[in-house]
Design a protein around this ligand. Structure first.
Ligand code: NAP
Length: 300
């Protein structure tokens, strides 16, 4: 079997199209333009690129984009004052502080300062708790994108055996909760899992979110399984020239694609879904805050 390669770029474009349609409707029917505020502390070049791309994507969907750039030595109180101001601003429906932040700031404190209704990254304890207790929540963007892709690929996920490799608060845990919510039988594997190969071999759905290049070989994959590779790892690529590198996932793509039914590539698989779901969450937040119907197909 050779797996169907799932095109994350195309799927992200579909999500963004739905977001843009909903924004047009909100503006026409309710004079409501969803707004996303992104806060960057410091001058990390990679973070600057992410923030710029988020701004472009937000505006392309017709939403309002607000960017706040603060110096690296910004005291916590000043950052909290800005978050409080954004929490109170009715034209802002989503707030994201770009991580990592400088060492003197606490990511946990920052996330808990953001109004959970505007926590479009879905990282707050409130949103994690709502997700875990099966209530309406704002789901973390990358796992939400993976869930949407799985639903679009496999249809109803009920009864499927799913293995999530990785248990981070950002990806692994919310991914497992979302799959459980869709009635999968979910196993979470991590660095202490006794026989990870056997665990993965049982799975109809494998989500790898580890951060270890090509850790999951094809012979761990059940024939026909759907493999979602969240990992983004840079490895040396001498074939491209001295000192060159390339991106690979947590799954050994070449061997896994011989066995799987579906597989996401790296790059071009899960990566593009994250920003698309950030936009989706911002529209959802704008609707909820204003007591309007939520966009169909853009939430968990
Ligand atoms: P993380 O916080 O470092 O968590 C990694 C998880 O992998 C941990 O739970 C760890 O287990 C587990 N792990 C480590 N070594 C393992 C092993 N040998 N066997 C099984 N499990 C192992 O990472 P993360 O933030 O979840 O991100 C994971 C990957 O996804 C990274 O490559 C990251 O760059 C990528 N990512 C991509 C996107 C995107 O595409 N948009 C978004 C977020 C993250 P323990 O808990 O036992 O230590």
């Amino acid at each position: 079997m050779t797996a169907e390669i799932l095109d994350g770029k195309a799927f992200a474009a579909e999500i963004r199209g739905k977001v843009a349609e909903h924004v047009t409707r909100l503006m026409a029917d309710h004079d409501l333009q969803p707004g996303l505020a992104v806060v960057l502390v410091g001058e990390d070049p990679a973070s600057e690129v992410y923030v710029r791309n988020k701004g472009i994507a937000t505006r392309e969907c017709g939403m309002k984009s607000v960017e706040h750039k603060l110096p690296a030595d910004t005291p916590a109180e000043d950052l909290y004052a800005l978050i409080d101001q954004l929490n109170a601003d009715p034209s802002v429906h989503g707030i994201l502080v770009q991580f990592p932040v400088p060492d003197h700031l606490s990511e946990t404190e920052i996330v808990s300062r953001i109004d959970p209704a505007k926590d479009v990254d879905g990282l707050s304890v409130t949103n994690a708790g709502l997700l875990a207790s099966g209530q309406k929540t704002m789901a973390s963007c990358t796992p939400l994108g993976c869930l949407m892709l799985l639903r679009a690929t496999l249809g109803n996920l009920s009864g499927k055996d799913a293995v999530v490799i990785g248990r981070s608060n950002l990806v692994g845990k919310p991914m497992a909760q979302l799959l459980l919510r869709d009635s999968c039988t979910v196993t979470i594997a991590h660095s202490r899992t006794a026989d990870i190969a056997e665990t993965v071999r049982r799975a109809d759905i494998v989500v790898a979110a580890v951060g270890r290049p090509q850790m999951v070989p094809g012979d761990w994959i059940k024939p026909g399984a759907c493999v979602i590779d969240v990992g983004i790892n840079r490895i040396p690529a001498p074939e491209k020239g001295e000192g060159k590198t390339r991106l690979v996932g947590d799954v050994d793509f070449d061997s896994a694609r011989q066995v799987a039914g579906y597989i996401t590539p790296v790059p071009g698989g899960v990566g593009p879904l994250t920003i698309a779901c950030l936009l989706a969450n911002t529209v959802t937040a704008a609707c909820r805050i204003n007591g309007l119907d939520e966009p169909e197909g853009l939430t968990a």
